[in-house]
Design a binder for this molecule. Structure first.
Ligand SMILES: NC(=O)c1ccc[n+]([C@@H]2O[C@H](COP(=O)([O-])OP(=O)(O)OC[C@H]3O[C@@H](n4cnc5c(N)ncnc54)[C@H](OP(=O)(O)O)[C@@H]3O)[C@@H](O)[C@H]2O)c1
Length: 326
């Protein structure tokens, strides 16, 4: 089969498109014919050598959508079953989704049913699931949310765009502000459904406004500034690390957090077995547009990484395996 393998950390040119042995079925694992996958920011970190536990050579890719080719659990994962795989140690401790086939542990393969086109389906696993889970933890998927003001920090990311699409499909009237470091992306953000755009300059928001709900994808690098923009009873969901800092130094909840606000987070390893289909059903029920911003082919993975790292990057980037879809 063809795959993208990395032998040493570095730039996108270190992602090598080559012929590799198709993995052989073994007990407790199944072989998935990969139809497509999203490119995630965490794979850029890993490619650069910033995931210390990942040993090279490795086929990266922390997610994929596809169908079961061969399985050791024929009852739950029969041949031809549509599946999503995310998280676990895929693309990290063992080879991942940047390939025509992926051998994966049965417990991290989730059967789903969908009629979505492959490019849209491939946009969903990590990105839409993370956006959907964050939306749930922000209490934005139940009841009347029309009067709320919502802020998305890191709005131009795949997760940021997915979040506003989900939110606006659920309730057009909720007021959503998105941030970017780059003013030239304001029109693109508005076209995605953001009502307002605020510039994030070195992790300081260029506004005095306060919000009822904040999805913070910049993370600890910006969190103290986020706290200064929250209304009473507001909730912040810290889901991302785009700022490149992984923890909040000397965090003192009593001193650092404004009074009467809530801090939560979401991790895509959180209960995908039960909730991936719920997310797909939500997308289909509310008619959420999950079309990715850019679609690449398997040999173009280095180009996809280059695009995601460029200053013009916007929204979800996916790869569709042409051979497996013809
Ligand atoms: N909790 C989970 O389970 C989970 C799951 C998936 C993703 N995530 C996290 O969610 C975040 C978004 O992921 P993604 O894959 O959607 O990202 P992505 O599409 O790769 O994000 C690209 C955007 O990141 C912004 N960005 C890049 N470097 C930045 C920096 N140093 N400071 C501020 N902004 C920066 C850029 O926005 P501008 O140029 O417009 O400012 C760019 O448009 C990541 O931190 C990822 O690790 C978490």
């Amino acid at each position: 089969m063809k795959a993208i393998r990395i032998y040493e950390p570095g730039g996108p040119e270190k992602l090598i498109y080559e012929e590799v042995p198709t993995p052989q079925l073994r007990e407790g694992w199944s072989l998935v014919k990969v139809l497509g996958f999203g490119i995630n920011h965490s794979e850029i970190f890993t490619r650069k050598g910033q995931s210390p536990s990942v040993k090279f050579p490795r086929i990266l890719g922390i997610e994929c959508v596809g169908v079961i080719e061969d399985s050791t659990d024929e009852e739950r994962l029969p041949a031809g079953q549509q599946v999503i795989s995310i998280m676990g140690e895929m693309g990290r401790a063992f080879d991942g989704g940047y390939a025509e086939y992926a051998l994966l542990p049965n417990e991290q393969i989730y059967p789903v049913e969908t009629t979505l086109a492959v490019a849209s389906w491939a946009a969903m696993p990590e990105t839409y699931y993370t956006a959907f889970g964050s939306m749930t933890n922000l209490h934005l998927t139940d009841g009347n949310i029309s009067g709320l003001s919502v802020l998305v920090r890191g709005a131009t990311s795949g997760v940021g765009v997915a979040f506003v699409r989900l939110l606006k499909a659920y309730d057009q009237k909720v007021h959503v502000t998105g941030t970017s470091r780059n003013a030239s992306k304001a029109e693109l953000l508005k076209a995605e459904g953001f009502d307002e755009v605020v510039i994030d300059q070195q992790n300081i928001l260029q506004t005095e406004a306060r919000y009822d709900r904040v999805l913070d994808l910049i993370g600890p690098a910006a969190l103290r500034d986020t706290f200064s923009h929250m209304n009473e009873q507001a909730i912040v969901c810290c889901t991302g690390l785009l700022g490149g800092i992984w923890s909040l130094d000397r965090f003192d909840p009593l001193e650092d957090m404004p009074p009467n606000v809530y801090l939560t987070s979401f991790h895509s390893g959180n209960d995908p077995a039960a909730r991936l289909q719920e997310m797909i059903d939500f997308v289909e029920h509310y008619g959420v547009d999950v079309t990715p911003a850019k679609v690449f082919s398997l040999p173009q993975v280095p180009e996809a990484h280059r695009y995601l790292e460029s200053t013009g990057s916007f929204g979800k980037v996916v790869v569709v395996n042409q051979e497996n879809n013809s």
